[in-house]
Design a binder for this molecule. Structure first.
Ligand code: NI
Length: 163
């Protein structure tokens, strides 16, 4: 299992790099990320959440483990509000507005092209993980009032942890 990087860690604010090659090391990383995600427990985990600056994430919304390498958003549409949390910001969640539907392309572990059209919960998980890979956290998706509250809570937490 891998340590999950927490809010404030600069690795979470950096965009990840695409993978040129899917080799045994990537397969091992995916295995470790899945173990880490299930143990947390969570429904999605991006590589930079475990300190690896590469463009891939794993998820499981109840249909078994999935991995998407070099994901790219082709299209989004609609709007949906949903209570969202993150393993890098544990214990907190917010009602966040995002597009409802997403069309995502990428590669699987064998290098086959994936094209996924998803909405509602699956669409939400995919968007959340792509955000991670772009260096964004759910905090960045909050409205102004939510963000003010979030910053206050997170500052208080950081102060408590430092004292
Ligand atoms: Ni997250």
């Amino acid at each position: 299992m891998l340590p999950i990087r927490q809010y404030g860690d600069p690795v979470l604010k950096q965009a990840t790099r695409e993978l040129d090659e899917i080799d045994g090391r990537v397969a091992k990383l995916v295995d470790d990320m899945l173990d880490t995600m299930y143990a947390a427990p969570g429904v999605g985990l991006a590589a930079n959440q475990v300190g690896v600056q590469r463009r891939l994430f794993v998820y499981d919304i109840g249909d078994g483990p999935q991995v998407i390498i070099n994901p790219r958003v082709i299209e989004t549409s609609g709007e949906w509000t949903f209570e969202e949390g993150c393993l890098s910001v544990p214990g907190l969640s917010w009602q966040i507005v995002r597009p409802n539907r997403i069309h995502l392309v990428g590669l699987d572990l064998d290098g086959n092209e994936l094209s996924i059209e998803a909405e509602e919960y699956q669409g939400r998980v995919l968007q959340h993980e792509v955000d991670h890979l772009d260096g964004a956290l759910l905090i960045d998706r909050l409205d102004e009032d939510q963000r003010r509250d979030a910053r206050r809570i997170l500052r208080a937490r950081a102060a408590a942890a430092a004292s």
